[in-house]
Design a protein around this ligand. Structure first.
Ligand code: PLP
Length: 391
């Protein structure tokens, strides 16, 4: 396992007190779209912000250090990060992706597939048999989301990396749900890490951004070149804000996961909860793998309510602290109903196959006090009980 302490220090200090102009402790934000040449044919290190920008580069450098990569490319959203990787594929290439991945990823893969830009195969990556059948087709890229959104399925990255290598495939892991504070896929053998920096890395729900971190320098250069060619690079101010959020990543996620684990245990005991999906519970099928490849279980969980969609509505309406909203990873707690929100673009059949029921609720646990959050959930359950009593 890796040492978290020094990376926490990197998150806090990278770029601090390096300003040559005035000694600013906080690295300045360079909003300029363009940079003056020193003279004819004498470009400086930076010439145009689409190509490169000091504020964006500092965020990329910090992310690369935290993930243990050769470099990173910072783009305008998590979807842009995934698309940057997909844009490297050829018409005859195959992508193997999880059958229960984030619905936006599913939609993007299908959209590009329909345009015949590559072939795609969705499989349950926790099922060894279907995975090995998929790898026999020698994919160019295997995409992994672990833990997956919203069911928190855990994929063994080390084992998959070894199999992917034999099959000649590159392995990309979407590390959005854990962040490098809790999981470092490149150290487990992945070639790429993808982030929606919108989530834990920024952590304050006020920026949409993404990044790809690559294990080797050639891949970094190719991706950076392509980000410049297509113009998907992230904005400097977004990079500045994301780096500001990143400074507190380690203590934030540590506190959030402590509360999430406590809520998962309390939810499991509640009679109106059919199942809790949280890898930190020993009963979770991915618990042992999560323990081996993560340094924490994260602050995301989902659970199935006993009842129907009407009960889901009553439960959610009764909440005051958990805000009904998409996204995750901020300091404030959110609740989402995947079937009608994050995963509504999937057909009911695709959701059924992925195991996403109409009574599934997903929690992004924030930094509020545990007892206050539990009181809020209890308020939701009381709403259901009262209705039941009247019927
Ligand atoms: N990957 C995962 C696991 C996500 O949950 C999301 C968004 O929720 C994305 C990628 C896409 O990120 P963005 O919304 O920043 O484009």
């Amino acid at each position: 396992m890796f040492e978290n302490g020094s990376r926490q220090t990197v998150a806090v200090t990278n770029g601090i007190a390096t300003d040559p102009a005035f000694g600013a402790v906080t690295p300045p934000v360079y909003l300029s779209s363009t940079f003056a040449f020193e003279g004819f044919q004498q470009a400086r290190r930076y010439d145009y912000t689409r190509t490169a920008n000091p504020s964006r580069d500092l965020l990329a450098d910090t992310l690369a250090k935290l993930e243990g990569g050769a470099g990173a490319v910072v783009v305008s959203s998590g979807m842009a990060a995934i698309d940057l990787l997909l844009a490297q594929l050829n018409r005859t290439d195959l992508v193997v992706a999880p059958h229960d991945c984030y619905a936006g990823t599913y939609r993007l893969l299908n959209a590009r597939h329909e345009r015949q830009q590559f072939d795609v195969l969705f499989v349950d990556q926790t099922d060894e048999k279907s995975l090995s059948v998929a790898l026999e087709r020698r994919p160019a890229l295997v995409l992994v989301e672990t833990p997956s959104n919203p069911l928190m399925r855990v994929t063994d990255v080390r084992a998959l990396a070894a199999h992917a290598r034999v099959a000649g495939a590159k392995l990309a892991v979407d590390n959005t749900f854990l962040s490098p504070a809790l999981q470092m896929p490149l150290t487990l053998g992945a070639d790429f890490v993808i982030h929606s920096t919108t989530k834990y890395l920024n952590g304050h729900s006020d920026v949409v951004g993404g990044a790809v971190i690559a294990a080797n320098q050639t891949d970094v250069a190719n991706l950076a070149n392509w980000a410049n060619v297509t113009g998907v690079a992230g904005a400097p101010f977004d990079a500045y804000l994301t780096l500001r959020g990143l400074r507190t990543l380690f203590p934030r996620i540590e506190a959030q996961q402590r509360t999430a684990a406590a809520l998962a245990r309390r939810l499991r005991q509640h009679p109106r909860v059919r199942a809790v999906y949280y890898p930190g519970l020993e009963s979770h099928p991915g618990h042992a793998i999560a323990k081996a490849q993560q340094t924490g279980f994260g602050a995301m969980l989902s659970f199935d309510l006993v009842g129907d969609v009407g009960d889901v509505r009553r439960f959610v309406d009764a909440l005051k602290l958990f805000t009904l909203a998409e996204s995750l990873g901020g300091v404030e707690s959110l609740i989402a109903h995947p079937a009608t929100m994050t995963h509504s673009c999937l057909s009911p059949e695709v959701r059924r196959i992925a195991g996403i029921s109409d009574t599934l609720l997903r929690l992004s646990v924030g930094l509020e006090a545990e007892d206050d959050l539990w009181a809020d959930l209890s308020q939701g359950f009381r709403g259901l009980a009262e209705i039941d009593d009247q019927s």
